[in-house]
Design a protein around this ligand. Structure first.
Ligand SMILES: [Zn+2]
Length: 152
């Protein structure tokens, strides 16, 4: 069995472990304490898996994200827009589960291939009224960067 550790991107606290199903390393999001410190009054994002796991349990993908990097632009936006912060956190969870977001079918297939072969992964997420973000995990899974497309 391989182990995936769930690490808080801010305080590096381990929030949990799970069976990585062949994948080993660190995956991440924001712990509840850091969330409350940074975004007081904003409800902690609810785990999306409760909804999606029922239907997609058999194809549950897990990706080791490595070190998490926010570009300056994304970091600034997260700090001053709580809705955006929530969107980033949820997108990160989706990416870590192999939900590539708003990509065309061709790009999604490319990711599925990259996942098997150990190449770079790129997801794109959009939400009404918020700027589009990209999430890129390096081929060696040493780092995952969250960026705006124009920062690429
Ligand atoms: Zn934390």
């Amino acid at each position: 069995m391989t182990v995936l550790r769930d690490i808080c991107i801010y305080c590096k606290k381990e929030m949990g472990k799970e069976d990585g199903d062949g994948v080993e390393g660190d995956t991440g999001s924001i712990c509840e304490e850091c969330w409350e410190k940074r975004f007081p009054g904003v409800p902690y994002p609810v785990e999306e898996e409760r909804r999606s796991q029922v239907s997609s349990k058999s194809t549950d993908t897990r990706i080791s994200l490595g070190q998490l990097v926010f570009t300056r632009g994304v970091n600034d936006k997260v700090a001053d827009n709580t809705q955006f912060a929530q969107f980033v956190t949820e997108s990160l969870r989706r990416h870590a589960k192999g939900d590539w977001g708003d990509l065309c079918q061709e790009d999604k297939q490319e990711n599925e291939f990259s996942l098997k072969e150990g190449f770079r992964l790129l997801s794109a997420y959009e939400r009404n009224g918020l700027p589009k973000i990209w999430i890129i995990t390096e081929a060696d899974r040493s780092a995952t960067t969250i960026l705006f497309p124009d920062e690429y």
